[in-house]
Design a protein around this ligand. Structure first.
Ligand code: KIV
Ligand code: ZN
Length: 520
């Protein structure tokens, strides 16, 4: 049976990155884009160029580095946004402009355009985009809550103006599989010119139906799925790339579609995105969760050992998970570290490798076995430390059954060392109070989370800290075999990220807040 090709459009760097606290650095965005390109993602939505200088530069630089993926930039329905998106993506071998406007009644109210006014706006903006670029995607945001007749009218307008892909977003995660399929089928049947374009589906997961809704849309004729690694995205997230890709692969018998994704890179992408976004993957997450291939109960273990197919519908290797990933120990040398890091997607220059090797040795001294996840944590720390204004130099906490606990801390701030002792309700509270005493700030702690990177009492703890200051949110993360040290470093990492955003007086926070509410 020949299978229909479904295009995979990854929006981890745009819709995923818009998730509060998931902000990524320029280098991190490039690293993710490179991996997406290598793993066969058809279209990478690299960002929203008008949102900030940083977004623009990221899209431009990703456009320059991409080898085969189409690079797409988002733009609202106005010429300024579209010109800026084009300026960024035009560097790509295969550029795409994605322009959108909210078409449902509440979005029309916000944009203060009546039905005809909006049709006119769509016609002129899509025409403008098409004059710049021959690959133009158009989205009627909140399509699933737009009146059906009006939806047909706006889609027809965009096709006539030159859109080559029509994306149907379920912006608020409201639709259900049957409705998702009916919507695509209706548009294909009723809209003139529908056969000449590709329909895409873009689902959010508010009701936990994003994967099902995306696959239902494909069954009705959509040939592009918009998704993110780990389902990263605002609120409950977007459709997870790994879920739709593996569903179509494992159930090719009833869903005869193929993608260009090299599924053996999925785990690598999942870990990278979890690491840089600071959004850990839930243990029981489909495909990439820690437990997805773990068979704990006796009956399951017995069955799996006799015949893996008893309980496994896919093999761990299919997503790039080694059966055993014990990698290195304290006797491992530079060459072994370099080759393992390369396998994990980090290709380091000699001097970088030297720095990482020192950290690796220190870790291997404290921990018998160094796993892939330990190395990911190490690389994240490595990336954040180098240029940080605030750095943890020394920490000793006194804790026990008698309160209060105290922390003796030395921070280097802009190259100068400062020391203090602070008390608190527990060792972490005492440590955070010490940071506040040395570097006073108004930022509020929104989230504090601890995860063991691997098993065992010598496991590293990864601590995630999310902080908010004047509407700006930053997520810090750090790992250490000492949970309190990891906490101090994660807190300081979040502060450093907030400082960068403060210094750049990052306007994207404001634009991102209004991005769904206005066309201008
Ligand atoms: O969810 C949504 O509607 C979007 C659009 C910008 C396509 O992300
Ligand atoms: Zn979206």
């Amino acid at each position: 049976m020949t299978k229909d090709r479904v295009l995979i459009f990854d929006t981890t760097l745009r819709d995923g990155e818009q998730s509060p606290g998931a902000t990524m650095s320029h280098a991190e965005k490039l690293q993710i884009a490179e991996l997406l390109d290598e793993m066969g993602v058809d279209i990478i939505e690299a960002g929203f160029p008008i949102a900030s200088e940083g977004d623009f530069e990221a899209v431009r630089d990703i456009a320059k580095l991409a080898r085969s993926s189409v690079i797409c930039g988002l733009a609202r329905a106005n010429f300024r946004d579209i010109d800026r998106a084009w300026e960024a993506v035009s560097h790509a071998k295969r550029p795409r402009i994605h322009t959108f406007i909210g078409t449902s009644p509440s979005h029309r109210d916000i944009t203060r355009l009546d039905r005809s006014g909006m049709v006119e706006r769509i016609h002129e903006t899509v025409t403008h985009a098409r004059n710049l670029c021959d690959n133009v995607q158009w989205s009627p945001m909140d399509a699933t809550r737009t009146e059906r007749d009006y939806l047909c009218r706006v889609v027809e307008t965009a096709i006539k103006a030159g859109a080559t892909t029509i994306n149907i977003p379920d912006t608020v995660g409201y639709t259900a599989p049957r409705e998702s399929a009916e919507l695509i089928a209706m548009l294909r049947e009723r809209v003139p010119g529908a056969d000449d374009i590709v329909f895409a589906t873009h689902c959010h997961n508010d009701l936990g139906m994003a994967t099902a809704n995306s696959l239902a849309a494909v069954e009705a004729g959509a040939r592009q799925i918009e998704c993110t690694i780990n389902g990263l995205g605002e609120r409950a997230g977007n459709t997870a790339l790994e879920e739709v890709v593996m569903a179509m692969r494992v159930r090719g018998d009833i869903m005869p579609y193929e993608t260009g994704i090299d599924t053996t890179r999925i785990m690598q992408a999942s870990r990278l995105v979890a690491t840089v976004s600071g959004f850990p993957v839930q243990f029981n997450k489909a495909i990439v969760g820690k437990n997805a291939f773990a068979h704990e109960s006796g009956i399951h273990q017995d069955g799996v050992l006799k015949n893996a197919e008893t309980f496994e519908i896919m093999r761990p290797e299919d997503i790039g998970l080694n059966a055993t990933n014990i990698v290195l120990g304290k006797h491992s040398g530079r060459a072994a570290l370099r080759s393992k890091l390369k396998e994990l997607g980090f290709d380091l220059a000699d001097n970088q490798l030297g720095d990482v090797f020192v950290r690796f040795k220190a870790l291997a001294d404290r921990k018998k076995e160094v796993y892939d996840d330990d190395l990911f944590a190490l690389m994240r720390d490595q990336a954040t430390d180098a240029s940080d204004r605030i750095q943890v130099k020394f920490l000793r906490v006194i804790c026990g059954t008698e309160a209060p606990q105290s922390a003796d801390l030395i921070l280097s701030i802009d190259g100068q060392e400062h020391r203090t002792t602070a008390q608190g309700d527990g060792p972490v509270d005492a440590t955070f109070n010490a940071v506040k005493a040395l570097f006073p700030h108004e930022a509020r702690l929104q989230l504090y989370q601890v995860h063991a990177v691997t098993e065992g009492t010598d496991a590293q703890a990864t601590v995630t800290v999310r902080m908010e200051e004047a509407g700006r949110i930053a997520t810090g993360q750090a790992a250490d075999t000492d949970t309190v040290v990891a906490s101090a470093k994660a807190y300081v990492d979040a502060l450093n990220r907030l400082l960068i955003r403060r210094e750049k007086s990052d306007p994207d926070a404001d634009v991102k807040q209004v991005r769904y509410t206005t066309a201008s």
